[in-house]
Design a binder for this molecule. Structure first.
Ligand SMILES: *[C@@H]1O[C@H](CO)[C@@H](O)[C@H](O)[C@H]1NC(C)=O
Ligand SMILES: *[C@@H]1O[C@H](CO)[C@@H](O)[C@H](O)[C@H]1NC(C)=O
Ligand SMILES: *[C@@H]1O[C@H](CO)[C@@H](O)[C@H](O)[C@H]1NC(C)=O
Ligand SMILES: *[C@@H]1O[C@H](CO)[C@@H](O)[C@H](O)[C@H]1NC(C)=O
Ligand SMILES: *[C@@H]1O[C@H](CO)[C@@H](O)[C@H](O)[C@H]1NC(C)=O
Ligand SMILES: *[C@@H]1O[C@H](CO)[C@@H](O)[C@H](O)[C@H]1NC(C)=O
Length: 522
């Protein structure tokens, strides 16, 4: 019995300790939150103030194609922009691993995975921005598949050491850029590659334990299962909410010094995401063009009409004045622009560099006489050959990890739990995507209509206040609980001394209370 009393005593002490610990913890979290809130709000305020574009519908001197990875932007770059702009007018550092060099101006097209913060280096008032937005779940799945696909190409090599050797050679030989130089693939692909090689080694050591499952997203003896992938820190850092962070200029690849602090704050305190979302939405609304990956045909047509038509007339006007100098320039333009997802120069069979294949269809500046209808025609021809090339490469890569094979059909069998988790993780991109859909629908109806949808974005999550209220309530409840504990402890101590007979009953009751109050704490 005395044992029991002592035990009860120490349990109570422990509980009290835990409660105090929680309160102490809560106040550090509170402090951290307040610091974060200040940083995020300051950034948002200054971002919202700068660069108000009075005329978003007119193409400016420089076109910045903000290419969010895995949105299908490659086909726009390769089959529209490369056809429209002579190579000499593409900014020299597009998609390069090196940072953009603004001193080499005179360029009219910048297409890159760099985030919006690169605008700091551009003549903002002379720049038009375009982008494409995709359903975030599809984008995450596609990022996974693409990272695996590119990494799998290297499985033709016996081990990672020989991959490293080959890559070094490639770097020396190449004046072009490979996928491995481009953010975010330069992080994702080597990481997945290491994982694929490790799993292959394990398989070989153990002998083939043909544990065949039919979903390529869950074949852990061959590749990292999807549900593991989406929880990895690197994926949190550079894939989840990637579109929002890229448009906000807050990626892991940002030019903005405070971007890392702000991104981490938002990852830690979800309610602060609203500020980032507000900035991204405002910028999206001010862009010359916003396409949707899933509405491909309509997006491409709109691109041709809105962007293509203006590029054509702009270049035609420019042509007249600089016809002669262009002739000299074009000789010197062979530093070819390369595509991002640049399934690039890495030959599918042996990982060596190929001569740039795009040379074959280098639609070099036939632009001055082109009509929009012709542009669309050129685009369609280009895209069908691009798709063929891509699927050939994909087939060759996936052969390396057979029987894993990604397909639309296989995607349908991904569990609801995993899909839900991706949605939760991409809560900002989900909102941004909805907003992009609205912009798209509106511009489809009235291509030059002005968008003013900012009113509804304000009210939606007024979370910071709700969050504070919740904290106050929870602290109050803790104190009430404490009080109850003290009362019980005293009452129980007294009664156990006096009424030994009633002991069992009292303990039982107290025990139940204890359990109840503990569950309240969870
Ligand atoms: C970006 O993320 C990758 C992967 O998590 C990391 O290796 C890299 O150091 C990060 N870069 C910066 C500037 O934080
Ligand atoms: C183009 O180059 C030729 C010689 O290569 C030169 O005579 C001519 O002046 C140049 N034109 C311009 C506009 O630079
Ligand atoms: C081409 O560029 C090289 C250096 O990159 C330069 O030496 C040469 O004069 C240029 N040629 C023309 C025709 O501009
Ligand atoms: C790689 O493949 C290309 C063509 O597919 C071939 O020309 C080249 O010789 C191969 N290189 C090696 C090292 O096997
Ligand atoms: C473009 O039009 C001009 C006259 O308008 C013509 O002389 C020229 O041949 C045309 N070029 C092409 C490629 O059709
Ligand atoms: C993957 O599946 C597709 C059909 O969905 C098929 O056409 C293709 O050949 C398969 N690829 C491999 C490498 O087995």
């Amino acid at each position: 019995m005395v044992e029991g009393v002592r035990c009860m005593d120490s349990t109570i002490k422990l509980t009290l300790l835990l409660i105090f610990f929680r309160i102490a913890c809560a106040s550090t979290v509170e402090k951290n939150f307040e610091q974060c809130e200040r940083a995020v709000k300051n950034w948002a305020l200054s971002s919202l103030q700068q660069g108000i574009n009075e005329d978003q519908h007119t193409l400016k001197d420089l076109l910045f194609f903000l290419h969010v990875p895995r949105t299908g932007g490659r086909s726009y770059h390769h089959c529209f922009l490369n056809k429209l702009y002579p190579t000499s007018q593409e900014c020299p550092r597009s998609y390069d691993k090196l940072r953009f060099d603004p001193s080499k101006a005179k360029c009219r097209l910048l297409a890159t995975h760099d985030d919006y913060s690169i605008m700091e280096k551009l003549p903002t008032e002379k720049t038009s921005v375009v982008t494409i937005v995709r359903d975030p779940v599809d984008r995450v799945l596609s990022s996974y598949e693409f990272a695996v696909e590119v990494a799998a190409r290297f499985l033709v090599h016996p081990d990672l050491a020989s991959v490293a050797k080959i890559s070094e050679k490639m770097l020396k030989k190449a004046n072009g850029v490979s996928t491995l130089d481009i953010w975010p693939w330069k992080y994702l692909v080597p990481w997945i590659m290491g994982d694929l090689f490790a799993r292959r080694d394990t398989r070989r050591r153990k002998g083939s334990s043909e544990a065949k499952r039919d979903s390529p997203y869950d074949m852990e003896d061959i590749l990292m299962p999807l549900h593991e992938f989406i929880d990895e820190p690197i994926v949190h850092d550079i894939v989840h909410n990637g579109a929002t962070f890229q448009i906000a200029g807050l990626t892991n690849n940002s030019y903005l010094a405070e971007s890392h602090e702000i991104r981490h704050c938002v990852q830690e305190h979800k309610s602060l995401g609203q500020h980032v979302l507000d900035v991204a939405k405002k910028r999206l609304g001010a862009m010359l063009y916003v396409g949707l990956t899933a509405e491909h045909k309509e997006s491409a047509t709109m691109f041709a009409n809105v962007v293509g038509a203006q590029v054509i007339s702009q270049l035609r006007n420019a042509k007249v004045s600089m016809d002669t100098s262009a002739a000299n320039q074009s000789d010197n333009s062979s530093s070819s622009p390369l595509d991002s997802e640049l399934e690039s120069n890495v030959d599918q069979n042996n990982g060596t560099i190929n001569k740039k294949t795009a040379m074959q269809d280098e639609g070099e500046a036939r632009t001055e006489n082109m009509t929009v209808a012709e542009l669309i025609e050129v685009y369609e021809g280009c895209i069908s050959s691009l798709l063929k090339t891509q699927s050939r490469r994909r087939f060759a890569s996936l052969k390396e990890i057979s029987p894993a094979n990604f397909s639309k059909e296989a995607r349908r069998h991904i569990s609801d739990a995993v899909l839900l988790q991706i949605k939760t993780q991409n809560f900002l991109d989900l909102e941004l995507f909805k907003y992009a859909q609205k912009i798209f629908t509106m511009r489809r109806v009235q291509p030059m209509g002005n968008l003013d949808m900012n009113d509804e974005s304000e009210s939606k999550f007024d979370q910071p206040r709700a969050f504070k209220l919740w904290k106050i309530v929870s602290i109050l409840m803790l104190f009430i609980l404490l009080l109850v504990f003290f009362l019980f402890a005293t009452a129980w101590g007294r009664s156990s001394k006096v009424k030994v007979k009633g002991f069992t009953k009292a303990t039982g009751k107290n025990h139940r209370r204890f359990v109840e109050s503990k569950s309240l704490l969870e």
